[in-house]
Design a protein around this ligand. Structure first.
Ligand code: SF4
Length: 482
């Protein structure tokens, strides 16, 4: 399977991507074929948009944006999709589990190791190595009475949280804060969302920053290349370095915040189906009856340009209050967990219909579906729901939002949701205001072409209201009660 999927990155010819053909709803594929944005090979679509944006190539905004959407579809329905599917095959499909979040998960009497980045292969192996009896014994011998404590951050944190219940210390903007607790023996990183300045911050403490990827070096960090063929050996070497660093901890500098919060995570598509009794009928019926008015996918980053977590939390609370089930990934999920919105008890904050459904199923009103890569899980739910109801995705009472987005990956995620037929709210303004034509295409014309469009609104309450109105309109068109 891996060999076949690997070929999808660079295969020649016009044949569409295999996972797109296999997993996208028929009605969507017809739309993409009609306007010529059915993705072929993943790397080819990236190379092509890079060429088109070179000086003197594609000067037509519509043609450029269409290729951008094609490239994003190659990501969402194939590149990210296969990362999720293969991770599930290797490490197991997530199931609902309980865990704890926020900086209070660090332990004063243990060797603390923070895994940060996006690659589950490395983080899963570090967690495994930290259970090695010899290393645990060594940690205790060196004074760490409670052994070794691995905690996560960002999306690699989400990966080990979703599958193993490993505590999560925080989202992207908390990486420096974790170091200044003075209680971190090592920060082990792979790639994406790692601030280069953490090496400078760590130099004020005893913390070692360990980079592991050939494509992601940081000056001043200790580099130990992670080779999957020698995964166990390398993971143990990294954990040993952290353990041996424990005696260097400066006790006077240790200040671990008390804050931590319980959460429920692990809502893969399979887990959601299981909670519903193996079929989409209960969800479809709850939507038709109006107990659940709609579904919102809230995703993406935290952004230093806006108050940390505020837009995520405000927008989500507003949505659940209005009986909209919220599913999401990435740093949104970590923001929710810190604010108690991933606990089943958060159903009390939901409107009466959603509250009733959550209480009956014992689930929170906000479902943690995984890392940013796992936005592909949401595409599968949307496709399955549309097929189940006999409609196309743009007909569903659903909306998306990235209230505090900042990374290039979020641009791709937003674009593949738009191309899949969803209204996508952005809380921070993308750098497109230089062209009225581009703004017009992204926020209006795109809807005529693919059924979805972008909507930009920095105020999270106003944004939630617009999403609610959009969902109401879709319900009306389906003939469902308001
Ligand atoms: S959600 Fe954004 S900031 Fe957070 S880990 Fe993913 S890409 Fe990075």
């Amino acid at each position: 399977v891996a060999k076949i999927l690997e070929m999808e990155f660079g295969k020649p010819g016009e044949e569409p991507l295999k996972l797109v053909e296999a997993l996208a709803p028929e009605k969507r594929k017809q739309v993409w074929k009609k306007i010529g944005i059915m993705p072929r090979a993943i790397d080819r679509e990236i190379t092509e948009i890079m060429h088109r944006t070179h000086m003197g190539v594609d000067a037509d905004p519509l043609s450029l944006i269409a290729q951008g959407l094609r490239c994003a579809l190659a990501d969402g329905w194939s590149g990210s999709m296969m990362a999720t599917l293969l991770s599930d095959i290797m490490f197991g499909t997530p199931k609902p589990l309980k865990a704890v979040a926020n900086l209070g998960v660090l332990k004063e009497k243990a060797v603390n190791i923070l895994v940060h980045g996006h690659n589950p292969v490395l983080s899963m192996k570090i967690v495994e190595a930290a259970e090695d009896p010899e290393l645990v014994e060594l940690a205790k011998k060196l004074g760490a009475e409670e052994g070794i404590n691995v905690v996560g951050m960002c999306c690699t944190g989400n990966e080990v949280l979703m599958r193993l219940g490993v505590p999560i210390a925080g989202n992207m903007l908390q990486q420096e804060l974790a170091i200044i607790t003075g209680a971190l023996e090592a920060v082990v990183v792979d790639y994406q969302c790692i601030m280069p300045a953490i090496v400078d911050v760590a130099s004020c403490y005893h913390t070692k920053v360990i980079t592991t990827e050939p494509k992601a070096h940081i000056p001043g960090a200790l580099h130990i290349e992670f080779e999957p063929a020698h995964a166990d050996e390398i993971a143990k070497k990294i954990v040993r370095i952290a353990v041996e660093n424990f005696p260097n901890r400066i006790k006077e500098k240790v200040q671990i915040p008390e804050e931590k919060m319980e959460l429920m995570a692990g809502f893969s598509v399979e887990a959601i189906l299981e909670a519903l009794g193996g079929t989409l009928d209960p969800l479809a019926n709850a939507l038709k009856e109006g107990k659940i008015k709609g579904i919102a996918g809230v995703v993406g980053c935290v952004n230093p340009k806006v108050r940390h977590d505020n837009s995520h939390v405000t927008l989500t609370k507003e949505l659940i209050k209005n009986d909209i089930l919220v599913v999401g990934t990435g740093c949104w999920a970590i923001a929710m967990s810190k604010h108690g919105l991933l606990k089943p008890e958060a159903a009390e904050l939901a409107g009466p219909g959603l509250k009733e459904v959550c209480k009956a199923l014992g689930i929170p009103p906000c479902l943690h579906m995984g890392s940013c890569v796992d936005c592909s899980r949401m595409l599968l739910v949307l496709g399955a729901l549309a097929d189940h109801l006999g409609v196309d995705i743009p007909d569903l009472p659903v909306a998306g939002s990235a209230p505090e987005w900042m990374s290039e990956k979020a641009v791709s995620i937003g674009a593949y949701f738009v191309a899949s037929g969803i209204l996508v709210h952005l809380g921070t303004i993308p750098p497109v205001l230089g062209s009225k034509t581009v703004v017009e295409i992204l926020t209006s014309k795109a809807e005529e072409l693919v059924g979805g469009k972008f909507y930009v609104e920095p105020d999270p309450v106003k944004a939630a209201q617009a999403m609610i109105e959009h969902i109401k309109e879709k319900r009306k068109k389906l003939g469902w009660p308001e």
